[in-house]
Design a protein around this ligand. Structure first.
Ligand SMILES: Nc1ncnc2c1ncn2[C@@H]1O[C@H](COP(=O)(O)OP(=O)(O)O)[C@@H](O)[C@H]1O
Ligand SMILES: [Mg+2]
Length: 287
C-alpha cells in the first residue's frame, strides 16, 4: 500500500492562507504536520538537530527573521525547505531583491540606496520628485511613504533617523505616478497559476489588500506570464507572488513575495492556489 504523502509546515500565525493550506491537505489526503515557530526550540550545536521534522517543509512564517534563521537551520540538517532560506533572504530584503532583479535583467523601478540624510537627498535629486521611500525589510505597505518634495523628504528622513538602524538604510525609488492598481501574479514552480489586479482603497495610495486594496481577477497575458516567471526564476525554484506595476516604460516588477498571501486571489480567480502549492511541495519531496 502506498504511504500517504507527508509534508511539514512552519508557521508563526495561522492566517487565512495557512488555514486554506491545512484544509487543502485534508482534502487531498496529504499528511501536513504543523510546527509553531513560537513554540519550538533546537539544539543548534547538534548536527542532526531537525530529525523530528518531515523531509519537506513549507515555510510560512510571517516574520522574516524567523523564516530565514529557522530555514537555514533546517537546511543544515538536509530538510528541504520551500521557499529556501536563500530565496527568503533575497526576496525579503528589498535592496537584495532589487539588485537580484537587475542582475537578472528584469525591468524594475529606478532605485537608489543611501545611508545618511544628505546622501539620500542627493540620490533623490537624481530620481526626481515625487519618489517613494521603503524600509528594506517589511510588508503590507508599512512605512512605504511618498516623498513629494525635498522639504517633506527631509522631514521623513529625519523621522527615520530616530528609528532602529535598519530604517536608516534608505531605499529610495521613482514613483510610478497615477498608479491606482498593480498586479500580483502567483508562481508555483515554473507556472504562473493566477493573477489579480489590486486597486488601492479610498483611504490609501498603496494597493496592499492589507490596507483596503481590492482584488480583481487579472487575465494572465503572455507579457505578464513571461515577466513573472522570469522574475521568479532569478531567485530560484519555489512559490512566489510577483508584484508588477504598469508604467509608461512597460511592466516593472517591484516586489517578489516569498511567503505570498493568496486569501484574496483564490475567490476572485477561482484557482485552487493552496492545492497547487501542496502538489508542488509533494513533487519536490519526491525528487
Ligand atoms: N515605486 C512606486 N510607485 C508607485 N507606487 C508604489 C511604488 N512602490 C510601491 N508602491 C505602492 O506601495 C505598495 C507597497 O509597496 P511594496 O514595495 O510592495 O512594499 P510591501 O512589501 O510593504 O508590500 C505597492 O503595492 C504599491 O501600491
Ligand atoms: Mg508588496
Amino acid at each position: 500500500m502506498n504511504k500517504l504523502p507527508s509534508l511539514g509546515m512552519l508557521y508563526d500565525h495561522i492566517r487565512p492562507e495557512e488555514r486554506l493550506l491545512i484544509d487543502a491537505a485534508k482534502r487531498k489526503g496529504i499528511k501536513l504536520e504543523l510546527y509553531n515557530a513560537e513554540e519550538i526550540f533546537f539544539e543548534a550545536s547538534e548536527i542532526d538537530n531537525a530529525q523530528n521534522f518531515q523531509e519537506t517543509v513549507l515555510q510560512r512564517c510571517v516574520s522574516y527573521f524567523r523564516s530565514i534563521n529557522l530555514s537555514a537551520l533546517l537546511e543544515s540538517s538536509s530538510i528541504n525547505v520551500i521557499n529556501s532560506s536563500k530565496i527568503a533572504s533575497l526576496c525579503g530584503n528589498k535592496l537584495l531583491a532589487t539588485s537580484t532583479l537587475a542582475k537578472g535583467k528584469i525591468p524594475t523601478p529606478k532605485t537608489f540606496i543611501a545611508f545618511t540624510i544628505e546622501s539620500a537627498l542627493n540620490a533623490l535629486s537624481k530620481i526626481g520628485y515625487p519618489a517613494v521611500i521603503k524600509p528594506i525589510i517589511g510588508s503590507w505597505g508599512r512605512l512605504v511613504a511618498p516623498l513629494k518634495d525635498p522639504e517633506s523628504a527631509r522631514a521623513i528622513l529625519e523621522n527615520r533617523d530616530c528609528m532602529f538602524p535598519i530604517y536608516q538604510v534608505y531605499y529610495l525609488q521613482e514613483m510610478i505616478e497615477s498608479l491606482s492598481r498593480d498586479m500580483r501574479c502567483v508562481i508555483v514552480g515554473d507556472k504562473a497559476v493566477a493573477a489579480i489586479y489590486r486597486y488601492s482603497g479610498p483611504d490609501d495610495w498603496r494597493t496592499n489588500t492589507a490596507r483596503g486594496g481590492r482584488a480583481e481577477n487579472c487575465k494572465i497575458t503572455t507579457e505578464i506570464e513571461d515577466i513573472s516567471i522570469k522574475a521568479a526564476k532569478v531567485f530560484g525554484d519555489g512559490i512566489f507572488g510577483v508584484d508588477i506595476m504598469e508604467s509608461p516604460r512597460g511592466l516593472l516588477v517591484h516586489e517578489v513575495n516569498y511567503t505570498t498571501e493568496f486569501r484574496n486571489s483564490v475567490p476572485v480567480t477561482g484557482v485552487d492556489i493552496p492545492g497547487l502549492i501542496l502538489d508542488y511541495a509533494v513533487r519536490r519531496s519526491k525528487k
